[in-house]
Design a protein around this ligand. Structure first.
Ligand SMILES: NC(=O)c1ccc[n+]([C@@H]2O[C@H](COP(=O)([O-])OP(=O)(O)OC[C@H]3O[C@@H](n4cnc5c(N)ncnc54)[C@H](O)[C@@H]3O)[C@@H](O)[C@H]2O)c1
Length: 380
């Protein structure tokens, strides 16, 4: 199978997630990075691209030149990854979609619902694949959990409890490049922890349960004095069909690293999965002992096996989960190029709808919190 050619916007010197995307794209051998505009400073972007071994004419000074030049090439990129601060996603994604190039974008997709809907319209018009890197839905055991809910092993879902706790913003972080833009609403958008990590928790809860959250009631707080965006998010959730839930996300939860954890309780059984112990899923059938289901173990779902690389007992985790999204993206893009249906596993990859819902979720949570926790409909 021909490798696909990847371009990247963002992810330059000292950046965080761009480097993770590059590792993830390499892991399963579907992608080669061939082009990029890695930083907003043109000279630094070109220098960084060359240092990554790119051809000099594909280390670009800005994303507009990159989209226009790539669109003209016979060996053009098959997709662009957008790994810049949130406020830039819309313009960059728009430029590449308009140039006919599929997009892999990090979350939150945009900073306004209007912009999210604009991208959804453009993706629909162009028919181009659009993948959103909600990477936690790429973990084998998150897919196992989804398969078990889908197979009815939990019965009717009653309760969904999800949390994402970090502590790296428990104090001001002057001089920290990542903290800097995240605390600035003009670059991060209106949400702090809400856009940064609550969106992951929200997407994971909907991914695993297959349920849509209809409305929420929220209380957002900025605990660190002077912070302009929330750093703690408490929400109650109402799902279509009657399930109830709670979502807590915090970047000031002392002692927490990346504590993303999901519990789902149905009338026949319950499951629990945590990102920091991703190889196992706890499953209890009503009236039975709790069982530990292991990645790669007996009886796991086909979707979980598909997202598995090495035998159980050899730990997989963050990079493999992220790589799964790139592998799914490769299948979606090849299927688009070959005018065929993608395999069913790749269809699990988060896309433009997750992007729109994520931004609608942010806007609803902010509106609810401003209205003293009033129940607020999620408008998309
Ligand atoms: N999926 C995840 O788990 C995850 C984790 C972290 C970050 N993210 C998302 O990834 C994005 C980037 O976050 P980060 O922590 O890597 O940020 P970062 O500050 O570490 O990196 C951003 C990079 O984008 C570059 N950049 C900024 N504006 C640009 C422009 N106009 N053109 C080209 N390059 C530009 C910067 O120079 C920098 O290299 C954000 O949207 C964030 O929410 C997702």
């Amino acid at each position: 199978v021909r490798r696909l050619k990847l371009g990247m916007v963002g992810g330059g010197e000292g950046a965080f997630i761009g480097g993770v995307h590059r590792m993830a794209a390499r892991l399963d051998g579907h992608w080669d990075l061939v082009a990029g505009n890695f930083q907003s400073d043109p000279d630094k972007s070109i220098a960084f691209g060359k240092s990554m071994g790119l051809a000099p004419d594909r280390a670009y000074a800005d994303f507009r030149t990159m989209a226009a030049s790539e669109a003209k090439r016979a060996d053009r990129i098959d997709a662009v990854s957008i790994v810049t601060p949130n406020s830039t996603h819309h313009a960059i994604a728009r430029e590449f979609l308009t140039a006919g190039i599929p997009v892999i974008c990090d979350k939150p997709m945009t900073t306004t619902l209007r912009h999210a809907q604009d991208l959804a319209d453009l993706a629909a018009q162009t028919g181009l694949p659009f993948i959103l890197t909600h990477n936690y839905s790429g973990y084998a055991m998150a897919r196992q959990a989804r398969a078990m809910v889908e197979a009815g092993e939990l019965g009717a879902i009653r309760i969904v409890q999800v949390e994402y706790a970090q502590d790296w913003l428990a104090t001001d972080q002057p001089g920290n490049k990542q903290a800097d833009w995240r605390g600035d609403p003009s670059r991060a958008g209106p949400g702090g922890a809400l856009g940064d990590i609550a969106t992951h928790a929200f997407q994971l809860a909907e991914f695993v349960t297959g349920l849509k959250t209809e409305s929420l009631a929220g209380d957002l707080t900025a605990f660190v004095p002077g912070r302009k965006v929330d750093d703690n998010v408490s929400l109650m959730l109402r799902f279509a069909g009657g399930a109830k839930g709670m979502l807590w996300a915090s970047q000031v939860a002392t002692g927490s690293g990346n504590g993303l954890k999901l519990r789902v309780f149905g009338d026949k059984g319950g499951i629990e999965w945590a990102q920091e112990t991703p190889e196992t899923l706890l499953f209890t059938q009503l009236g039975q002992q709790q069982r530990i289901i292991k990645r790669g173990g007996a009886g796991v779902s086909a979707s979980s096996t598909h997202a598995t690389r090495v035998p159980g007992g050899h730990p997989e985790g963050y990079l493999e989960g992220f790589a799964q999204i790139y592998t799914d993206a490769a299948e979606l893009i090849r299927a688009h190029q070959d005018k065929r249906k993608p395999n069913t596993f790749a269809q699990l990859a988060p896309g433009i709808e997750d992007g729109v819902r994520g931004v609608a979720f942010i806007e609803a949570a902010i509106a609810s919190s401003k209205a003293n926790g009033a129940w607020t409909h999620i408008p998309a």
